[in-house]
Each structure stands twice: as C-alpha cells, then as structure tokens.
Design a protein around this ligand. Structure first.
Ligand SMILES: [Fe+2]
Ligand SMILES: [Fe+2]
Length: 394
C-alpha cells in the first residue's frame, strides 16, 4: 500500500495481462507522459469466478509477468487488489479501494479503450465511478468516435479524455497463438516475460503426453514411417486448427489417428470389413488401400475409443474428401497432404500457403491436383472426390 502514497495523478491500467506485452507498456508510458501522470498502477484481474479458461494463465503467473514487465520503470507499479478479492470484481469496488489507500487529493485516471468506455453504463454504479475517476480513452490516430462515445463525452466533458495513441499491432491473443504454434514472440514483449512464459510452460498444451496411450497403440500398428507421418499430421492439424479458430485438441487427435488402418494387410482389410459390416464399393474393391480411411472410422471408435462424430468423419473422409466438409474434416484432409515431412512434389508450397489462408481454396487446390495425379496414374477416382471437387470449385 506504500506505493499508493504521495501521488498527485495516478493512472490505473487494468487488464488480464495474459500476457502483458509492449503495446500495454508503450500505451501506458505514452499516456503517463501526455497527461503528466506521476505513476501508473497495473492491476491484473483475478481468477474468473467460474471454471478457469485454459487459455488464461493463473492469476499468480499473470501477476508475476506484469511485475517483471514493469520492474525497470520507476513510474510503474503493480497491485494485487483484484487478485486478492477472490470473487467477481467490479470496477467501482477497485476504485473505492484505491481511493481509500491513496492520499485524499490523489486524482485517479482510469486508462481504457473505446470498447470499454462504451460499456461503462452497464457497469455497477456508473455514476459513482465518474465521481471517483477520470477516464483516459486511448484510440488509434484519426479514429472516428461513434455516437455512443460522443454522447458519453457530452455528458462527462471534463471526465473523459480521448487520447490518440500510436497503436502497436500486438495483442495477447496473437502472442498466445504464436507460442502455441511454436513461433517466435521476441520483440513483442519484454525478454524477462518471454523467459518466464517458457520456463513455466504457459500457453502450451502437451497433447503428446495426454494421448500417450493412443500413441502407443498406434506405434504397434503402424510402420515407423507411417507412425512419424501420423505425428506430423497431428501437429500440422493442431497448427491449422489454431489458425482457423477451431478446437485444436480435436484436430490433434484426429490427425494422430487418421491413418490407424493404413498398415493393414489385404486379408486384414477384408477381416475388418466383415467385423464392422462395411461393404467395399466398386472403387474400393479395385483400390482396397483407399478403404483404410473408411475402416479408420470403425477402428477409431472401437480400439481408440473415440466417440466424437466429427473426429470420426474426418478420419473417414481423409482420403476421398466429400462435399460440404466440416472445418475439422478439411483440416485433416489438408494436413495429411501438407505435413512437413512429405517429400517435395509440385504444388506443395501453394497448398501450404492456401491452407493457412483459406481452407476451401486449399481443398479445391488439393482435390484438383490429386484427381489429376491419380488420373495420370490410371487410377479410378472415387465419386466422393469428384463431388468434393465440384463442391469446392464453386
Ligand atoms: Fe491415409
Ligand atoms: Fe495420412
């Protein structure tokens, strides 16, 4: 509480800081200078009262990272008042608490963005909030305020300052995404915070550990080469899932299992068809190797205990594709084609590029290449592939 004494103008910077990065720090410092604030207090939010979101680092980790990020600036300090509260925190409660520990004449400046200020009237006791603090609302340069903000400004002329701030395009979300994808985050956040994240294994999910049992079954049923390919497809599928905002765990698991029947011998294929009551169609009769994906559906259910229909279907259609696939189905189909250990063939770079931009375009491209390739080889094209190509072409 010592920190809160002898301050005339105190900036308040609240946030989850998950993790804190240079845009938070730069904006704070910019505001401090522009409005002649004496200090800025960083207040990480506490744990959400309900179930913890796996993407949010613990309050302790977020506090530690914020502390590391601000330690070299004498005008910054950090407070755990929201973390300590252990229940839903309302801004008014935080402001009252700060007010009670500051000197009587300390002026408070709540630093926020336009989205937040526009919601202020949905907060608890908004009028009391305006009694206790002024707002510094940061916007990008030449930002046009919407009607809502304009009205607020009219109502609280001397309480709200609009501060055009050079905006760094850094977000906590993109940092977490990069870490998850094993891309560098250097220069996006302070070095010591980066080190803290790696040392404490934040924002990473270790699916390889979680699915050890499935991996061991696969190992026994696949050749080494096929097993390595499966691991790569799992990784690639997870990366694609993160990029396209779908469930990365589903993608990882589907990628892992997709070729579970790939190393079946011919007699074993027929045996499995009988066991699962699966009838080979005309094309599969002639090219039984293609059946591994369809049989994969049953084996994944039976041996790997997978119940999720979306995962099962992404296994089932990973060789042929089909019209109107789910995002997961597309991701597995594509990851299978582009995983990093695939030997080079013409078009793989284009396919990789498209995969991270637009799943449908990638589907169209890969289907087209595959159909052309197989036609040249004199293979029969499965009707599902033709339907899929027609679908994605349009
Ligand atoms: Fe396959
Ligand atoms: Fe595969």
């Amino acid at each position: 509480m010592e920190n809160f004494k002898n301050i005339k103008k105190l900036g308040i910077m609240g946030g989850t800081f998950n993790p804190i990065h240079y845009a938070h720090l730069f904006t704070s410092n910019y505001v401090l200078e522009k409005y002649n604030l004496d200090k800025i207090v960083f207040i990480p939010t506490g744990e959400p009262p309900h179930k913890r979101d796996i993407n949010i680092a613990s309050a302790e980790d977020r506090y530690n990272m914020t502390s590391l990020a601000t330690e070299d600036n004498p005008n910054f300090f950090i407070s755990n008042i929201e973390i300590e509260r252990h229940k839903t925190t309302y801004t008014i409660d935080t402001l009252r608490q700060i007010k009670s520990i500051c000197d009587e004449d300390t002026e408070l400046y709540f630093i926020t963005g336009t989205d937040t200020i526009n919601q202020v009237y949905s907060w608890k006791e908004p009028d009391a909030i305006f009694e206790l603090t002024k707002f510094i609302v940061t916007t990008r340069p030449n930002y046009i305020l919407d009607e809502n903000t304009e009205n607020l400004l009219k109502k609280h002329k001397d309480k709200i300052y609009i501060c055009e701030t050079p905006m760094l395009e850094i977000s906590s979300t993109s940092i977490r995404k990069r870490i998850e994808q094993e891309k560098t985050v250097t220069y996006l956040l302070p070095k010591n915070v980066e080190e803290y994240i790696y040392k404490n294994n934040l924002y990473k999910t270790d699916f390889f550990k979680k699915y050890e049992k499935e991996i061991n079954i696969l190992k026994e049923n696949l050749t080494e080469k096929r097993f390595n390919h499966s691991m790569q497809v799992a990784k690639e599928a997870k990366k694609l899932a993160i990029e396209h905002n779908i469930d990365k765990e589903q993608a990882f698991l589907a990628g892992l299992i997709h070729d579970c029947c790939k190393c079946f011998s011919l007699p074993k294929i027929y045996e499995a068809c009988e066991k699962y009551n699966f009838k080979l169609d005309e094309v599969l009769e002639k090219q039984p190797d293609l059946a591994h994906s369809f049989l994969g559906y049953y084996v994944a259910k039976d041996i790997y205990n997978i119940k999720d229909e979306n995962i099962l279907n992404s296994i089932k259609y990973h060789t042929t594709g089909r019209a109107n696939m789910s995002s997961l189905e597309k991701i597995i189909y594509i990851a299978d084609y582009i995983e990093p250990t695939r030997v080079y063939f013409e078009g793989i770079y284009t396919a990789r590029e498209l995969a991270y931009k637009d799943l449908d375009k990638a589907m169209e491209y890969i289907l087209k290449s595959t159909i052309q390739f197989n036609t040249k080889k004199g293979r029969i094209i499965h009707p599902l592939s033709l339907q899929a190509y027609e679908y994605y072409k349009n």
